[in-house]
Design a protein around this ligand. Sequence first.
Ligand SMILES: [Zn+2]
Ligand SMILES: [Zn+2]
Length: 309
Amino acid sequence: MSSDLVISCMVCGKQDNLKQCAQCKLVHFCGQEHQRSHWPSHKAVCKKVAKLRKRLEEKQKIGRESWAEMTGGLSLQFTGSRRDGVQYKEQLQLAEQELEIDTLVAIESALNHVVDLRNVPFQPLSDDVLEMATSCLIRLGRDQEAYNYLKHWVSRYKDHDVLESPDIFEGRAPSAAFLASVFLVKLRLFTAAEAARHCYTQGGDCSNPLIVATLKKCGLDYVVNEGPELGDQLNNTIRMLQDQMEELYLQVKQLQPDFWSKLPTVHENREPRHDNSGMETQPVLHCYRAFAATRGSFEFVQSFTTDPA
Ligand SMILES: [Zn+2]
Ligand SMILES: [Zn+2]
């Protein structure tokens, strides 16, 4: 369903006996030869990440010390540091640079920064941050968490069910990219359900660990235990998801008519930050990355474009 995200040599893809880039610690190599050959294309972003990280660590140290001063002996009870807007901006920049590196380790690290950003008081989370978190979670295969994140944005209701009607987002979504992310989570679930149905209709074994793992990842593991009812349940789920995706597709289009046609080209045209059409490029870039990590997603969107519901 999603492209394989594993720790491997940046040049040859080898997966064992790897050495980490000592500076950014986000990329791996099988040895010095491939580290050297990759350096020209890695150099700029590697240095940027190292510099931003150092600066952030210094700021955090100062923050901790001033927090200790303010609170006297109590400071030992706090592991965190005092937060402010400057640190927020730097941490966000670091996360964005790490995503330029785009390895499994880099995505995990960027996600940690984004989650950490939620602890900064009086800083409203921007669309950037929301899309970044959602995109990272989807690419790490944590679809249910991605959905929870999106849902939490518009509603304080506790239960987060990926299969629920997308009506909940109508009129509340902060951007087209937001709704497209909801669409993508449903598409990934749809793909997993289709794979399970294929297995079922072929008389195959639905306890196939690969299928079970995919369904579990999408919060659909209940179908695995349903036995003979599996076929009907799955068919209903698939049909429902299809309807929901059609609805979301149209909602996205309503919010931003050129969103879907532009999505596949965002990656190439992401400078400057806002392109001529006024499209917010950064949130869309994060959204793009999650689509790109989902095999067949652009083609699927294309099928909606050519044959509107
Ligand atoms: Zn190699
Ligand atoms: Zn590096």
